[in-house]
Design a protein around this ligand. Structure first.
Ligand code: F6P
Length: 327
């Protein structure tokens, strides 16, 4: 570093819905930044905190112990104000006030859209995909997905014990907003009879037939995984199946925010750490307007323009696989 150069100041924030693995990513950003001679500023409460100047410098010890913790110790918000040009202008002003030279944004598609808006206004920014929904284009998988999937699998494994004992069909509702990814993959790893997702339409009669057929084939239990955006309200569907008499009694479990919590899995800690390092390296080498994405065995930089213009679709091959393996 030349004598007249001050260390680069990198901000880091988490935004939108939290995802297990955000903490290991923050830790990687802080420690990589410091190791490379930069200063790292933690921004509390996502973009809302950027607008309000909720900044604090983070040292290596400040992120001690967070590797194993779910959630985000920087806390997060869904900021309405930042969607408006006025909010973005205030945020840029606050960044300039403290001399912040670059920003790492960890979050889902809404957060990455915000990152692109900043990049377009000349701010150096790198996004990191953090969302349990796995709907972000440009990466094989986002931070938090693996932990959420394991949480769902663990829940269904437990439900299977009681479902078998009583001869019941369980309807399990998973998160995912407009994406059926979690439901489809959970269907495979949990051995569901059928998954209901926003991407396909299945009639009530078809669902009833699948469940009744499982009963006729002598299965002691059955599982329907219903993605929250499928169009079916889980409780209504359960009542409809009960009324139609499909062989089993019906019961409902809505997993809800359980899916967002918990200590990140080894896979998520690794992914988050790798992406955190790559995000800092991008900023330090002058790269901006990109997202870190897992491609093959490596972490690539994907233009945010491309990320935002596309949506990662569910692979329907895996949807078919649920039916195939339910025999
Ligand atoms: O994007 C993550 C997610 O958990 C979605 O799956 C879900 O639809 C939404 O966030 C729930 O949001 P909130 O935490 O605001 O209730």
């Amino acid at each position: 570093m030349a004598l007249d150069q001050r260390p680069m100041k990198i901000g880091v924030l988490t935004s939108g819905g939290d995802a297990p693995g955000m903490n290991p990513c923050i830790r990687a950003v802080v420690r990589t930044g410091i190791a490379r001679g930069a200063r790292v500023i933690g921004i509390n409460n996502g973009y809302e905190g950027l607008i309000n100047g909720e900044f604090r410098e983070l040292g290596a010890r400040d992120v001690g112990g967070i590797l194993v913790r779910g959630g985000t110790f920087l806390q997060t918000k869904r900021s309405m104000a930042f969607r408006e040009p006025r909010g973005q202008r205030e945020a840029i002003r606050k960044m300039n006030e403290v001399g912040m030279d670059g920003l790492v944004v960890i979050g889902g598609d809404g957060s990455l859209t915000g990152a692109l808006a900043l990049h377009r206004q000349g701010i150096k920014v790198v996004g990191v995909p953090g969302s349990i929904d796995n709907d972000i284009w440009g990466t094989n998988i986002s931070i938090g997905v693996d932990t959420a999937m394991n949480t769902i699998m663990d829940a269904v494994d437990k439900l299977r014990d009681t479902a078998s004992s009583h001869g019941r069909v369980f309807l399990v509702e998973t998160m995912g907003r407009g994406s059926g990814y979690l439901a489809v993959m959970a269907g495979i790893v949990s051995g569901a009879e059928i998954v209901l997702i926003p991407e396909t339409k299945v009639t009530l009669d078809e669902i009833a037939r699948v469940v009744e057929s499982a009963y006729l084939r002598g299965k002691t239990h059955a599982f329907i995984i219903n993605a929250e955006g499928s169009g079916y309200k889980t409780n209504d569907l359960a009542q409809a199946l009960e009324d139609m008499d499909v062989g089993y009694q019906t019961r409902v479990t809505i997993l809800g925010h359980i899916q967002r919590g918990g200590s990140p899995t080894a896979y998520d800690r690794l992914l988050a750490s790798r992406m955190g390092v790559k995000a800092v390296d991008a900023l330090l080498s002058g790269i901006s307007g990109v997202m870190t994405g897992l491609k093959g065995r490596g972490i690539d930089y994907i233009p945010l323009e491309e990320v935002i213009a596309n949506k990662r679709e569910v692979n329907m091959e895996y949807y078919e696989m649920v039916n195939l393996l339910a025999q």
